[in-house]
Design a protein around this ligand. Sequence first.
Ligand code: GTR
Length: 326
Amino acid sequence: MKLRTTLAALLATAALSSAAFAECELTLKSSDTHPDGYPTVAAVQKMGEMLKERSGGRICIDVFHSAQLGEEKDTIEQTKFGVIDLNRVSMGPFNNEIEETKVVSLPFIFRSVDHMHKVMDGDIGAEIAAAFEPHGFVALAFYDGGSRSFYNSKKPITSIEDLAGMKVRVMQSDVFVDMMTALGANATPMPYGEVYSGIQTGVIDGAENNWPSFESSGHYEVAGYYTLNEHLIVPEVLVMSKVSWDKLSPEDQELVRAAARESMPINRELWAAREKESEDKVRAAGVQVIDNIDKTPFIEAMVPVYEKHANTPKLQDLVTRIQAVE
Ligand code: GTR
């Protein structure tokens, strides 16, 4: 019954969206795992409005939210081949393919979200964006993903010792698998869409994410303990398929680039507001939040993760330069 209702809703959405884009010469298909109203979804929709207006109604963006086009890893493949034109994803699922993205996904690499903004807005951000191109993607914008913390259905985590033997879902990247191993937990890489039922059925004990994802996914309904240890600040990225990009004229490429750039401050503003709203909602729902955690042992435990993943002079140099940004 639920499946039938969902299918009917999806078909209705598809019919509405094709009508809305009927007059556009080119409609770029954009993917996002998050639901409508989430700051990343809203930012790409705004980008679409700017693009439509500035192209005289020729170029539009149709944002398929709520993982309608699939889970992140699969949509990244489809984007590479030009089946999907635009994709808003975390840096995490790119880690195993684009080594530069590993550095900005390392635990505690950024001291704060401000530090992350300074790095990603500057030359290092441009360098990371350029690293996508040989892999078939044009990185157009970096978005906020706040900081990620642990949550689970079993008990309050107040120290590394509490994580021992716990089954914790991570994004599909070796960096995060090794991060959990270094903390003594059992890392379970799996798609985002499987986490809710994974916790509910006990396949996993918990996962880790930021406030808005913890809230919008409903994970807080099945995982009642959230520890604010903020081990990851992973920037998110809006990529365009190189296949789709190469079909655009240089003038249209510039229109797309500019609209994407201008969607960044919009995303940041929406993110800041949503972070607070999500935290309030989760706390009001009775989730126990452990927020006086000593991060030092967690930071110290990450030495082997840095050694393994920042393992070339080029990547080590990138780590050093990121850490040096004031
Ligand atoms: C969210 C992020 C998504 C996805 C998800 C996950 O915070 O915005 O792109 O990476 O986490 O954990 O899979």
